[in-house]
Write a protein that binds this ligand. Structure first.
Ligand SMILES: *Cc1c(COP(=O)(O)O)cnc(C)c1O
Length: 458
């Protein structure tokens, strides 16, 4: 072991970043704006304000301001679980017998179990500051709903979570965490909204979908005075808040003279990948440094590697604004992969633009190889990783094994987004040898892409 670099690198109080970084400020080609599905005009802040919080809309639309001060109350909350450590994976390196140096930034050290708290606390803060009563949202497996309920409890905001019915029934544990933090959790579709009642009358036995839960959360926000809708990924503002991950990593690396060659993040809606790598993209975009950056997605939901760069709906219900992203089509139904947080048909418009412009590469990996990596990591580094995070582990291991072949001692850093304690059914399948890999046929993706909206794509 190199004695100078500790196993875990923490920052001191005065080294902690006090601003978020907005990578859009350094992008020559800005991400495409959100547009109206009715006539394709770029949404104005006046049109967004009835649905989302005002200050967050300003952040959403700001392509020019490079740094945003993090308000003191958010800094205070961050102190509960930040800075997160940058860990040198000495034990993993040894097990792989690689000359590569591997680091991971660990974002799972809070009750929500993931990086999502970095943005939920910011979104709850701006809602509170606007004088709102509460916020609404959807959640699939429950990571985002949990993070939001914690943030709302801290600021005394009401939190209404629409949870996809099948998860509500089959994954009661996260639901109870949310309720413990005071959130109201409603299985979706529900009888509490018009859209929910309509869906239930047409499909009485449906177990719900994320798209449907989004529709119910948006309706509840716009029909209840003092409520707004919040979203845990994809949006520019979320990537902005998540930049805290990359800024801390960058500061820790500078402190110890660590120069990463390869940076890796898993990609669902893109918020952790964008947040972890954003400040490093900034260096690339300003011509100060060069890094190989890799986004990792599941083979079952391969937006970057097999999707199309086009405007599309963010929701299955096709009511939300259109975003330009790499998409598999809003009607694409990913198979039941266990990385619930990566089962999204699209990706952040910021990352989509950077990918389109050739600034990074994407890789799709199969579920069983992801769990194999998770097992190696759990046994060597001691942390039980979330299935989503394990996509990044898989590629970090692959890159380290390449170094073993070539004898190069590259420095690899990846973002370990969270822990897998609520994903033990998935681990059980892996341990029992019953896990399968489902990769969609070209025809299935082509069919879903025929449903792209005409607006924005003509
Ligand atoms: C939600 C989630 C992700 C994926 O979301 P992004 O917005 O792509 O970062 C990754 N890991 C964990 C643990 C999650 O909960």
């Amino acid at each position: 072991m190199e004695s100078k670099i500790p196993y875990k690198i923490y920052l001191t109080e005065d080294e902690i970043p006090t601003q978020w970084y907005n990578v859009r400020a350094d992008m020559k080609n800005k991400p495409a704006p959100l547009i109206s599905p009715a006539d394709g005009h770029a949404l104005t802040i006046e049109e967004m304000n009835p649905i989302f919080c005002e200050e967050l809309n300003k952040q959403e639309l700001d392509n020019d301001t490079a740094y945003f001060d993090i308000p003191g109350e958010i800094m205070d909350f961050y102190k509960m679980y930040r800075p997160s450590p940058l860990v040198r994976a000495y034990f993993l390196e040894k097990a792989l017998d690689t000359p590569a140096k591997i680091y991971y930034k660990f974002e799972g050290n809070n009750t929500s179990g993931s990086h999502k708290l970095n943005s939920s606390i910011a979104q709850a803060y701006y809602a509170k500051k606007q004088g709102l009563k509460g916020v609404t949202t959807e959640t699939g497996a429950g990571q985002w709903g949990t993070a939001l309920s914690m943030a709302c409890a801290y600021f005394g905001l009401d939190c209404k979570v629409f949870m996809v019915k099948v998860s509500y029934e089959q994954k009661p544990f996260r639901r109870e965490v949310m309720r413990t933090y005071g959130a109201t959790v409603t299985p979706s579709p529900s009888m509490t909204t018009q859209v929910g009642r309509k869906i239930l009358s047409e499909h009485p036995d449906t177990t719900g979908s994320l798209g449907c839960a989004i529709s119910e959360a948006v309706e509840t926000a716009v029909t209840n005075p003092g409520y707004r809708y919040v979203l845990g990924s994809v949006l520019n503002q979320v990537v902005l808040h998540q930049s805290i991950i990359g800024l801390e990593a960058q500061t820790a690396m500078k402190k110890y003279g660590i120069k990463p060659d390869i940076l890796i993040g898993c990609a669902g809606g893109g918020s952790n990948l964008g947040g972890f790598t954003g400040p490093f993209f900034g260096e690339i975009l300003r011509g100060e440094a060069d890094y190989k950056i890799i986004g990792v997605e599941p083979s079952s939901c391969p937006s970057f590697t097999r999707g199309k760069f086009a405007y599309d709906f963010c929701d299955t219900g096709m009511i939300c604004p259109l975003a330009k992203m790499y998409t598999l089509g809003s009607q694409f139904m990913p198979s039941a992969n266990h990385a619930g947080g990566l089962r999204f048909h699209g990706i952040s418009p910021i990352l989509a633009q950077l990918y389109h412009d050739g600034y990074f590469e994407a890789r799709a990996v199969e579920q069983s190889s992801v769990f194999e990596a998770a097992e190696i990591f759990a046994r060597t580094e001691g942390i039980l990783p979330a299935p989503e995070s394990s996509h990044a582990i898989r590629v970090a291991i692959d890159e380290a094994l390449k170094c073993k072949e070539t004898g190069e001692s590259k420095t690899i850093a990846f973002n370990l987004t969270g822990t897998g304690y609520f994903d033990l059914v998935a681990y059980q399948q892996y341990n029992d040898g019953t896990m399968t890999d489902v990769i969609p046929d070209d025809a299935v993706i082509a069919e879903a892409l025929t449903k792209l909206p005409k607006i924005g794509n003509e």
